[in-house]
Ligand binder design. Structure first.
Ligand code: GDP
Length: 177
């Protein structure tokens, strides 16, 4: 029987960037237009990658801003993060930088497995953040960057596959030190 590995992943970002929509699309395979500000929600899904199976425990959070204090439960026992901004909101992108700094400090300035996501890429005419800016920011952390739309199932699945791979990549890099 394959070993099922447990992975806890927290989704963080400013409000209304699409955190809940991405989690919902990933778990339920559908998109809904309505906006329902999340308090905090958790989801579980088994993800198969090649021969490996992962029990992914997702925590969808209420939106943060630059003044938010991240609770310990967002740090302790968390394997990786999906940091989401909306490509239609420069402010949501600026908030991400301060969130990352808090995570990095919370993890004792070690490398944190992160996938940075520029969501709402389907709303291109309203774009305030270029893909190259997201890419540059993720590179400065040694993290992965993707643009997405919670309307698109394939793109959304890709985010959560990526974060599992990113966790493995960071774990393996420690093994080699
Ligand atoms: P959260 O507060 O970050 O969890 O944001 P929600 O998931 O509740 O989304 C906020 C609003 O943006 C809702 O009306 C969603 O339908 C909409 N939304 C979320 N993701 C996308 C996306 O990728 N494209 C478009 N066009 N709308 C989106």
């Amino acid at each position: 029987m394959p070993l099922v590995r447990y992975r806890k992943v927290v989704i963080l970002g400013y409000r209304s960037v699409g955190k809940t929509s991405l989690a919902h699309q990933f778990v339920e395979g559908e998109f809904s237009e309505g906006y329902d500000p999340t308090v905090e929600n958790t989801y579980s899904k088994i993800v198969t990658l090649g021969k490996d199976e992962f029990h992914l425990h997702l925590v969808d959070t209420a939106g943060q801003d630059e003044y938010s204090i991240l609770p310990y439960s967002f740090i302790i026992g968390v394997h990786g993060y999906v940091l989401v901004y909306s490509v239609t909101s420069l402010h949501s992108f600026q908030v991400i930088e301060s969130l990352y700094q808090k995570l990095h400090e919370g993890h004792g300035k070690t490398r944190v497995p992160v996938v940075l996501v520029g969501n709402k890429a389907d709303l291109s005419p309203e774009r305030e953040v270029q893909a190259v800016e997201g890419k540059k920011l993720a590179e400065s952390w040694g993290a992965t960057f993707m643009e997405s739309s919670a309307r698109e199932n394939q793109l959304t699945q890709g985010i959560f596959t990526k974060v599992i791979q990113e966790i493995a990549r960071v774990e393996n890099s420690y093994g080699q030190e």
